[in-house]
Design a binder for this molecule. Structure first.
Ligand SMILES: *Cc1c(COP(=O)(O)O)cnc(C)c1O
Length: 370
């Protein structure tokens, strides 16, 4: 079965093998060397002033960023399940919360964020997804962050990059916390989260907040290549391995270019079949299609072509399907997926098969413009 869901993503064989060794103790020079290497490579990936790894899923890092960087009121952009989650975290911790709500296909507007900040002077942090996975939507986060910082330099900008880090180069100039998670673009099993921090964020964190998710204790320990509590040794060994693998495959720039090309190719192929791309500003992390036959297409893909793609949640349940683009994916796998979608449409009597999807996909990837 081809796992083509936007998280979890398949773990490459060499990474699985690297994680299959005997458990090593976390307070040893042996593990600290691995930790140091993973940490150094993370700086290249995140491009932030500091990075910390947390033994939790991505949501734990979202919670850590909110509790450590927001003291009064959080403004969160909600254009999907994950944006909504930031507001729930703020409320669970007794913080004030203002929510900017959008339909799941609609990117946030700079003016809306600025207007909300204008109205509520006690907002001290803004949280937004770079890629909102609920609808495969790309928010203009860099633009929003820049506008916030130009007028409210003390407001912390928290960017959930769980389906963006490892997909594309992110300009972190105006971002205070950049969040990543293991089981999406990093091609690892779930259970490890990463927070990249700016100098301003480190200042604001001070002594830190909370206990397990106290970022001050983690920063202190991780600068010494260890963790405050037991490190997720196996996942960190896997992280080091996948970051080495990315380097061996031509590095981050190549990963970003390949991902972009493949995402473009799949979008073009899907549109050539007469299908509709759901988000108004699609992220390159996944291709989301809204369609009356979304459920039937998914079922056919799974049963007849061995392809597992994701559906939708809440009001989009049964109305969309999402094809993963994150990670080191062979073009022939993506070609198989778009071809299977075309065959599914044929089976549903929507159009007769003529190999259009593969033609357009391959042309987008390989046809050199003269
Ligand atoms: C998957 C995801 C999360 C949540 O991560 P968990 O690992 O399930 O806690 C948060 N934000 C985005 C954008 C995601 O795609």
């Amino acid at each position: 079965m081809l796992l083509f869901t936007p998280g979890p993503t398949p773990v490459p064989a060499n990474v699985r093998n690297a994680m299959a060794g005997e458990t090593i103790h976390h307070r040893t020079p042996e593990f600290e060397a691995i930790f140091a290497e993973a940490r150094e490579k993370l700086f290249a990936l995140m491009q932030t002033d500091e990075v910390v790894m947390l033994a939790s899923t991505g949501t734990g890092a979202m919670e850590a960023a909110v509790t450590n960087l927001c003291a009064k009121k959080l403004l969160n952009v909600n254009a999907g399940k994950f944006g909504e989650r930031f507001g729930k975290i703020a409320k669970a911790h007794g913080l004030g919360n203002i929510e900017l709500k959008y339909e799941w296909d609609t990117p946030a507007k700079v003016e809306d964020v600025m207007e909300a900040l204008e109205k509520e002077s006690d907002i001290d942090a803004v949280a937004i997804q770079i890629s909102e996975s609920a609808g495969g939507l790309r928010h203009p986060v860099e633009e929003i962050a820049k506008a916030i910082k130009s007028k409210y330099p003390d407001v912390m900008v928290i960017a959930d990059g769980i389906t963006a880090v490892g997909v594309e180069k992110i300009d972190v100039t105006h971002i205070d916390a950049l969040i990543a998670g293991s089981q999406k673009a990093l091609m690892l099993p779930p259970g490890l989260a990463i927070v990249g921090l700016s100098q301003a964020a480190i200042q604001k964190i001070g002594e830190g907040k909370g206990y397990y998710f106290n970022l001050a204790s983690e920063i202190k320990k991780q600068r010494q290549n260890t963790t405050a509590y037991t490190a997720a040794t196996t996942l960190i060994i896997g992280l080091r391995e996948i970051l080495v693998t990315i380097e061996q495959n031509g590095g981050l720039e190549k990963l970003y270019t390949d991902t972009q090309k493949r995402a473009q190719g799949v979008r073009a192929a899907i549109q050539a079949l007469g299908l509709h791309i759901y988000p108004k500003s699609p992220a390159n992390s996944m291709t989301t299609i809204d369609d009356v036959h979304a459920k039937e297409i998914r079922d056919i893909l799974k049963k007849e072509f061995g392809v597992n793609v994701a559906g939708g949640q809440d009001h989009l349940k049964g109305k969309i399907f999402r094809i993963n683009q994150m990670g080191l994916i062979e073009p022939y796998e993506a070609a198989w997926v778009v071809n299977a979608v075309e065959l599914a449409l044929d089976k549903l009597g929507r159009r007769s098969y003529e190999g259009t999807a593969n033609k357009i996909f391959n042309e987008t990837l390989y046809k050199v413009k003269q």
